[in-house]
Design a protein around this ligand. Structure first.
Ligand code: KG4
Ligand code: ZN
Length: 353
């Protein structure tokens, strides 16, 4: 490995139900990358924290071993250990953090704690070197919905966030309601492609034409009202005995409402910041309809960055990339660092604009 550019970063991600490890070289090339998705959670209609933690514990050694084998490096050759320290499921996070702490201690190499959502921010840059700030970022995952103005790496101005459910959570809850399974996002998207979105016009919560930039609701999101509207629609269709023939139309109507709200608020941010470069990240950015809508609203004047499906969903390559950024800034973790289920995004400030 003498010709490989340094530092070699080993990233580890165990915040939810993917056990993932990646080795990134100094030029941001992914040398090895394994993403192991846990199964069994779908029976319960969502991730069961205790099962997730146990599965990480069982798989983490194997996942790292295979990643190092792909990268053709040994653990001793790793220069930096980067790991998701939060936010996420605490038991699951602790597995990855404890593993990385032990490895960093044993190899006498620095440990870098990464915020999961900062990882998602870095994901598109692994495939497209132009995906650099400044940009407006829409971060949409199973646990978060954030609209930020990334002025530069590490300097993020919060524009809006969800007041209740995250966007991915809304997809998961609606999928459960429609009896589709877990995770709901890809299942809703597939079903929606067979339906007619205009058949049922669902509400666009917190989106009204008369909102002004200094109203808190201008950028904020709310998805629980949309979910309730789907509950009521499903109940009515069930009573009429037509739910099974209408289910694709319901999925399409829901997806359209969610996409409309996400895209509209993002375009408000583009208008206010005068920054027509948009990055969409997090699991929901795997949704083609969302990316197509953002691209079409941005038009030829704007630029949209999003990762491939593999790197949009939880993965360790993005964690290694964010760890590299933090390492370069000297943000090395102390050995007594703990995981945090609700960690704040470093560099995130309330917007004054
Ligand atoms: O970022 P992620 O992999 O994990 C978290 O950090 O939460 O995001 C997972 C979320 C789930 O809620 C899942 O349903 C959603 O992303 N998702 C999608 C799609 N693929 C995954 N939502 C809509 N459309 C998709 N194609
Ligand atoms: Zn995620």
């Amino acid at each position: 490995m003498s010709n490989t550019s340094r530092p070699l970063v080993l990233g580890l991600e165990t915040s939810c139900d993917e056990t993932s490890a990646a080795v990134l070289d100094g030029g941001n090339t992914i040398l090895g990358h394994v993403i192991l998705s846990q199964d069994g959670h779908e029976v319960f209609g969502g991730v069961v924290p205790e099962l997730a933690a146990r599965a990480h514990l069982q798989k983490v050694d194997l996942v790292v071993e295979e990643t190092l084998r792909q990268a053709e490096v040994s653990l001793r050759e790793i220069d930096v250990f980067g790991v998701t320290a939060g936010p996420g499921l605490i038991g699951a996070l602790l597995v990855g953090l404890s593993w990385s702490k032990a490895a960093s201690f044993a190899c006498d190499r620095p440990l870098v704690a990464v915020h999961h959502m900062e990882g998602h921010l870095f994901s598109p840059s692994l495939e497209n070197s132009a995906a650099q700030p400044p940009f407006v970022a829409l971060l949409v995952s199973g646990g978060h919905t954030l609209l930020v103005h990334a002025v530069k790496w590490g300097e993020y101005r919060l524009l809006g966030e969800t007041r209740d459910d995250a966007a991915g959570e809304a997809f998961d809850k609606v999928a459960k309601l429609l009896g589709l399974g877990y995770p709901g996002g890809p299942l809703i998207e597939r079903l929606a492609s067979e339906g007619k979105a205009s058949r049922y016009k669902l509400p666009r919560p917190m989106l009204r034409g008369n909102q002004k930039p200094d109203d808190a609701e201008f950028y904020d999101f709310s998805f629980s009202g949309l979910k309730t509207a789907v509950v009521e629609l499903v109940r009515r269709l069930e009573l009429d005995g037509v739910l099974s023939s209408e289910i694709a139309n319901v999925a399409a109507g829901f997806q359209e409402a969610a996409v409309d709200v996400l895209a509209s608020k993002t375009m408000r941010a583009v208008g206010q910041t005068k920054c027509a470069r948009v990055l969409v990240g997090g699991g929901v950015s795997a949704n083609r309809r969302l990316c197509d809508e953002l691209a079409s609203r941005l038009g030829t004047e704007g630029e949209l960055f999003h990762a491939s499906t593999r790197l949009s969903l939880d993965n360790a390559a993005m964690i290694a990339r964010a760890a590299r950024f933090r390492y370069d800034r000297g943000d090395v973790a102390e050995p007594d660092i703990s995981a945090s289920a609700t960690m704040a995004l470093p560099g995130l400030e309330q917007s004054v604009a």
